[in-house]
Write a protein that binds this ligand. Sequence first.
Ligand code: GLN
Length: 186
Amino acid sequence: MHEKPIIGVLALQGCVDRHRPHIEAAGASFCAVKTPKEFEAVDALILPGGESTTMLKLIDTFGLEEPLKKVFAAKPVWGICAGSILMADKVSNPIQKSFSLMPITMERNGYGRQLESHNAVVEGFEVSFIRAPVVKAVNDNVEILASHEGVPVWLRSGQYMATTFHPELTLDYPSPMHQVFVGMVG
Ligand code: GLN
């Protein structure tokens, strides 16, 4: 653990750089990571929003599955939107592979198509739901940190955190979600 935690953001695809000001305002350092060596150098990892299918393909193409599993076993991980889909233990619409870090079931694009993308206020902070998944089932030992329209949207279990929305697009630093995640490190 570094004195100032280093938060890595998996930089294969999706929304990476917009995390930097939030992470820095929360008192940590930002690092975009895509190689096993870079994974080792960070204290925690964000799986960003983007397209979960594309990320899975790139993880496979670059042989990153085993190195990522090592990170998942040892460090705090936060999955955002597509990243939260990768963390679930069941995924529908369609069924696809995931890493089962959290006992949650996700329906991809569960709010509908791009037209259904919207902003909303969660825990007093404006966030963006972009072709977001809907959490369909949550195991008892998962803590629901926030819900929106009756659906859990911010969840935590142990060293893992998931949000089905993007907080990093809002230009008000740091987001409460980045603050909580940086607080989980160390
Ligand atoms: N719809 C995307 C997926 O299923 C997630 C969208 C996002 O991350 N904003 O992977």
